[in-house]
Design a protein around this ligand. Structure first.
Ligand SMILES: *Cc1c(COP(=O)(O)O)cnc(C)c1O
Length: 248
């Protein structure tokens, strides 16, 4: 069913019906994830596609839902809180953006399936404490600054290894794995070393015990296929599904 109310510009003079666009893109991305799984010798269905819907309206998200998509990611808590109640209850939502400690209670009450960007021991401690107060266990990923850039969020690999014993002792956290947002690179291949480093770090932490750390969240619109080859279990894809973002 085409929804002619929503149009999307794809470069000069080229217009597509947005509903058709999202449907086509989802199909193409799923096919290319499946191809990357095969290339890497990974079982079909090893990778979950997280549709990053930040800045896009509920109409677009609903379109993806109608095409079978159930897993969505939002960057900002406030924006997510506006959209989540508008969508059917069988969606799973992940918070993928930075979380301030004074917003942890709100985020936990909102019922995200996963908080993907827990980027410090201090934040992890706060999440565990407040989850305990709310009588729940918070499912989280730890964000790793794999290329150790000054300006970025996340544990450096050294910090993570150093904090590991304290992190695994936090009682109301379920640490499901690691996520990273590597420095932007021109070519998709540019991110491969960072993706590989995240996988190797997860292997090292598994060896430390006691957590299985099943999830690796890495890869975005232009490099998700490389991330799948390097072991991603969640790829976070926004603009390749929904089109160019307008931040205004
Ligand atoms: C926006 C965002 C994405 C998706 O980026 P695209 O390039 O549009 O696919 C993935 N991860 C995080 C943390 C983001 O903020």
């Amino acid at each position: 069913m085409q929804n002619t109310a929503f149009f999307l510009a794809l470069g000069e003079g080229v217009w597509y019906d947005a509903a058709m666009y999202i449907q086509d893109q989802l199909q193409e991305i799923k096919a290319s994830i499946a191809a990357a799984e095969r290339r890497a010798g990974r079982p079909a269905g090893s990778v979950k596609l997280l549709a990053v819907s930040k800045t896009f309206p509920v109409e677009d998200i609903m379109q993806a839902y109608n095409d079978g998509q159930r897993l969505f990611g939002e960057n900002r808590l406030q924006e997510a809180m506006g959209k989540m109640p508008e969508m059917p209850g069988d969606c799973e939502w992940h918070l993928i953006g930075p979380l301030q400690r004074n917003k942890v209670r709100k985020a936990l009450e909102q019922g995200f399936g996963l908080l993907q960007a827990v980027d410090s021991l201090r934040l992890a401690e706060t999440v565990s404490r407040i989850a305990g107060e709310l009588g729940c266990t918070a499912r989280i990923l730890l964000e790793v600054n794999v290329d150790a850039e000054e300006s970025k969020h996340g544990f450096t690999p050294a910090e993570l290894l150093e904090s590991w014993a304290q992190l695994v002792a936090l009682p109301y956290l379920e640490i499901r794995g690691l996520m990273c947002i590597p420095a932007p690179s021109e070519a998709p291949e540019g991110a491969r070393p960072a993706f590989r480093a995240l996988r190797e770090l997860a292997e090292r932490l598994r060896a430390c015990g006691p957590l299985p750390l099943p999830e690796l969240s890495m890869g975005m619109s232009h490099d998700y296929a490389v991330a799948v080859e390097e072991g991603a279990t969640i790829v976070r894809v926004g603009s390749a599904i929904f089109g160019k973002r307008d931040y205004r």
